[in-house]
Design a protein around this ligand. Structure first.
Ligand code: PSU
Ligand code: MN
Length: 303
């Protein structure tokens, strides 16, 4: 085991016994949602994983230690600290470890630490991708590169249209990452069930997801798999409302010269503010929905 990794006792025991475990990220807690909803949601997501037969392992960096499985106090701490905790991507782990610092893990670093711990299914809300205007800014999330090289299944609700969804799919195709639609042929756009872009394969059950992931492993591929699970119809947002909020947030980010790692947290926070919290409720619902699919798939993988 990696000398910098701490696996929580419950997670360690489940892994040792070949029981299902699902990884969860912490940037969604610190940077993706406001306090106290972020903490409530993180705990509710863990509960949903349990109700669906798996053990949750929320991942973060605390005091320079890579943590797979957090205590309630640690989740509370990350939620309260919010954007004061560093958003930790791949390039940040060496510095955080060397300095004994804290970090909220993105999809990228959650995949890295999950894989180190031996966890192969991970549930979140949305992934990073190719940003709009990337042809000049070159802003492409490290999440896509990680999906290309780390063997973890990521269950999300697609990606927000703060991104260029078409270019994001092109990038994933180039890097050989299968994009699966769970019960859909279309890539979901996070707050809404469809984006107008097709996925590579439609899959309708956790059994089928497990079979594809197992085949990917047995083929010797190094990369992961992206499962996109649409938000339940009753919680989906009105497309015109969410599109207007996203356009406004993007405009402000350009005007204010927001760039680099700040771009995504800025856009996420502005969209929540501009929609008066409606988008936050949708966000919470879709994460819970993803947690259930991930847990059921992790159970299948253990059979
Ligand atoms: N998209 C969301 N919610 C999130 C994120 C993205 O809808 O919370 C977070 C995730 O942690 C993701 C990260 O891995 O932002 C991507 O950041 P960037 O675009 O800077 O790579
Ligand atoms: Mn970026």
């Amino acid at each position: 085991m990696n000398k910098y990794l701490d696996i929580a006792p419950e997670v360690k025991e489940a892994l040792a016994q070949g029981k299902p475990v699902v990884a969860l990220e912490s940037t969604i807690i610190s940077h993706g949602m406001p306090y106290p909803k972020n903490v409530e949601t993180a705990l509710l997501v863990e509960q949903t994983i349990r109700e669906n037969g798996a053990v949750p392992a929320t991942i973060a960096v605390i005091g320079g230690r890579l943590k797979a499985g957090l205590s309630r106090e640690e989740i509370e701490y990350l939620g309260k600290s919010g954007r004061d905790v560093a958003k930790a991507s791949r390039r940040d782990l060496p510095a955080l470890v060397a300095r004994g610092a804290d970090g909220a893990t993105t999809v990228t670093t959650t995949m890295i630490i999950a894989h180190m711990a031996g966890i192969n299914v991970f549930a979140t809300g949305g992934i990073g991708g190719v940003h709009r205007g990337a042809e000049t800014t070159m802003d492409i999330s490290a999440d896509l590169e990680e999906l290309a090289q780390t063997p973890v299944m990521v269950v999300c609700a697609g990606a927000k249209s703060i991104l260029d969804l078409g270019l994001t799919l092109e990038y994933l195709e180039t890097h050989g990452v299968p994009v699966i639609g769970y019960g859909t042929e279309e890539l979901p756009a996070f707050y809404t069930r469809s984006s107008g872009f097709g996925v590579d394969y439609r899959v309708d059950s956790p059994e089928e997801l497990a079979a594809m992931f197992r085949a990917q492993r047995e083929l010797g591929y190094k990369g992961g798999m992206l499962v996109t699970n649409p938000i339940p119809e009753e919680y989906a947002m009105d497309k015109a409302v969410i599109d207007a909020a996203i356009e406004q947030a993007l405009k402000e980010s350009v005007e204010q010269g927001i760039h680099g790692k700040e771009t995504t947290p800025f856009l996420l926070a502005r969209v929540v503010e501009l929609t008066g919290g409606d988008s936050l409720e949708s966000n919470i619902r879709l994460v819970l929905n993803n947690a259930a699919v991930a847990a059921r798939t992790a159970c299948e993988l253990c059979k």
